[in-house]
Design a protein. Structure first.
Length: 667
């Protein structure tokens, strides 16, 4: 009877151990790299009641009679089967798709094996580690020498040469480069350039330094004579902002690939910073033919009138880039100022596909206007005569629109017109005689009232002065001449020293006059540099020497275990290769906790190789191997284990009842 009780106890203990294994499996259902286990039972010692006998001629043999004493836990097997992969999106995670285990080493030199590829690195030493901080083993560098059990250091990329920080970017068609003079990582700065009217007179530049960014503000009204002048004043302001000390980066030098971008005579702070592309205001006679690389005065409106005879007309042209917020297309904006009046108009790039006309209006007026004819966009942008500046000669505005119907007069002033009367036509002819030749130029002026005035200009008058033009009824006009008069044919704007290509005059000495027409050309071109268009983010500055851990980025692990990092100077560099270990009997590995196994006498020695070699698995990066626990099987085992435990407990209960009955026989 006691044997039965002890058999029940043994069975309960065995099932209790199995329940421990099941509980551990379920607890680790979400443990990366965990391998499930199973409990294996065996029966226990048997007591032989009768031994087996051999059969004889008269009697058959008998089987042995034995009684067991329960069950026991024979062992716990680890199921080293491949489980599913879970994508994590983290590049330092790695799973082994096939045979093999990651090798890691603790600080004492003990080597462990694991399926959990949750990798990282030590910020102090730069070594590749796992989630427990132990070192991942493999080959260092590119040479596969040794046992494949070296620690992998991520910052072993070599040394770099000292280098100054720099940054280049195209702005308004020019390529600008900002470079520091000192070779140091402190030169890796962001520099922003702007302009402001708020800076006091006498202060050319203001600088503010904050969080690795230098904001440079130029005085809009200050003229910087050259790039060297600009650099000097910017660096002086930065030194002031740095407490009177030069910054660690040294001087910051701005350069441009186009020497014409910063013209002779300099640019204002506004022109340097702002992004408009255009031409400075200049002055032109209203009857002259050429403006801004092909823009020409065509006509004036019905109520157009000058304010007085001394007024000058100044024209300005600005090219505006496309602005998606308000202007979706690049356009030219032209304005004309006459005294206190301002006329404005614009034409878009697409409108300039073919030549056309644009109207400059005084406010909202539809009659007080100036009409300009324009060429194609390419003509304007490629014209060699768009160098417009502030040094143009001045012209009077009282040569009116009617001149375009006859000949073009340069700098001629006609006065004495009645109120409301204007010149509609001027005819000139020219003859010469004698040696040296003396030119005689009959002039006929027709006004809007139909009155014709005539007179004769001799070459002796070409040095300046005036002549009287006589009309019907005793009316007269006065025609004033500039210091050197010039008359050009309206049909041929090319001046020359001979009459074949226009009418040219000799001066009082009889020498041919210089071939100069009063078209608008000058020596300076204004083009805003546009330095406020973007930040100068300087990079690459370094003192040189060995690359540190904080100078590498983009750590990557390949399917073959190759570990690469990126450095701005060295590029992408292989720093090592992870090795994995395979075993003849993986189920013989000894569990050590923390997702680790150790080799045992029955696992065999580890065979170290690179992923994908010698029948080992490749690495799958940005993924981890999940637990191979099958919950459905575990729950089914849990039910049978529970029932087995209950049944064994009944053995004890029934045996106890039987013993009780035996004791009661005595009563």
């Amino acid at each position: 009877m006691s044997r039965a009780m002890f058999s029940g106890v043994a069975g309960m203990k065995a099932h209790q151990s199995k329940m421990d294994v099941i509980g551990n499996n379920i607890a680790n259902v979400n443990t990366y790299g965990y391998k499930s286990q199973r409990a294996v039972f065996s029966d226990v010692y048997y007591q032989t009641l009768n031994a087996a006998t051999r059969g004889t001629a008269t009697k058959g043999g008998t089987n042995p009679s034995t009684v067991g004493v329960g069950s026991s836990l024979l062992g716990v097997q680890t199921m080293q089967t491949q489980s599913a992969m879970q994508n994590t999106g983290y590049g330092m995670d790695a799973a082994i798709a096939g045979e093999g285990y990651f090798q890691v080493m603790d600080g004492s030199g003990n080597v462990y094996y694991t399926k959990a590829g949750m990798l990282g690195y030590d910020a102090n030493t730069g070594y590749l580690t796992d989630v427990n901080g132990n070192f991942v083993l493999g080959y260092q560098g590119t040479n596969k020498t040794g046992t494949g059990m070296q620690k992998i250091k991520l910052d072993q990329v070599g040394s770099v040469q000292p280098k100054a920080a720099t940054f280049s970017q195209p702005i308004n068609g020019n390529n600008f480069t900002l470079t520091a003079t000192n070779q140091t990582k402190e030169g890796n700065l962001s520099v922003n350039i702007a302009s402001s009217d708020a800076l006091p007179v006498g202060q050319a530049v203001e600088a503010v330094i904050a969080n690795g960014t230098i904001t440079v503000t130029l005085n809009s009204r200050t003229k910087f004579t050259s790039l060297d002048d600009l650099n000097t004043k910017i660096n002086s302001a930065i030194t002031v902002a740095n407490g009177g000390k030069q910054i660690d980066a040294g001087d910051l030098n701005l350069s441009v690939d186009n020497a014409e971008a910063f013209p002779a005579g300099g640019l204002t702070g506004k022109q340097i910073a702002e992004t408009n592309y255009g031409y400075d205001y200049g002055t032109i006679e209203l009857g002259t033919g050429g403006i801004f690389g092909g823009f020409k005065l065509d006509s004036v409106g019905a109520t157009f009138a000058k304010e007085n005879d001394t007024d000058k007309a100044t024209f300005g042209l600005v090219r505006h880039p496309a602005d998606t917020a308000t202007n979706t297309e690049e356009y030219f904006e032209m304005s004309c100022k006459i005294g206190t009046k301002t006329y404005t108009g614009k034409v878009t790039k697409s409108q300039m596909t073919n030549p056309g006309k644009m109207v400059l209006a005084n406010g909202d007026s539809t009659t007080d206007t100036i009409t300009m004819s324009y060429p194609t966009y390419s003509t304007v942008m490629n014209s060699a005569t768009v160098n417009v500046g502030t040094t143009w000669p001045s012209y009077d505005t009282n040569v009116t629109e009617g001149l375009k119907n006859g000949t073009i007069l340069g700098g001629i002033k006609i006065s004495g017109l009645a109120d409301g009367e204007s010149v509609t036509k001027v005819d000139v002819t020219a003859t010469s005689s004698g040696t040296p030749p003396v030119w005689s130029v009959p002039v006929s002026v027709t006004t809007s009232t139909g009155t014709i005035y005539s007179g004769n200009v001799l070459s002796s008058s070409f040095t300046g002065g005036s002549i009287t033009l006589n009309g019907a009824g005793g009316k007269t006009l006065t025609m004033s001449l500039p210091s050197k008069a010039e008359f050009l044919s309206a049909s041929n704007m090319a001046a020359s020293t001979g009459a074949a290509n226009g009418i040219a005059f000799t001066d009082e000495s009889g020498s041919p006059a210089a071939a100069t027409q009063y078209n608008v050309t000058s020596t300076t071109k204004s083009k805003d540099l546009g330095l406020s268009a973007g930040s100068f983010v300087m990079t690459g500055g370094t003192e040189g020497g060995a690359v540190s851990l904080n100078e590498i980025s983009d750590i990557a692990i390949g399917s073959n275990g190759v570990v690469t990092v990126h450095n701005s100077d060295k590029g992408t560099v292989q720093v090592g290769q992870i090795c994995i270990a395979t075993f003849a009997n993986p189920s013989g590995l000894q569990a050590a906790g923390n997702n680790y196994y150790t080799s045992s006498l029955n696992s065999g020695d580890p065979h170290v190789t690179t992923p994908g070699s010698d029948s080992s698995g490749n690495l799958k990066t940005s993924a981890l191997e999940m637990s191979n626990v099958d919950l459905s099987s575990e729950f089914a085992d849990m039910i049978t284990t529970q029932r087995g435990f209950q049944a064994n407990s009944r053995i004890i209960t029934v045996s106890d009842t039987m013993l009780e009955e035996l004791i009661n026989l005595k009563r």
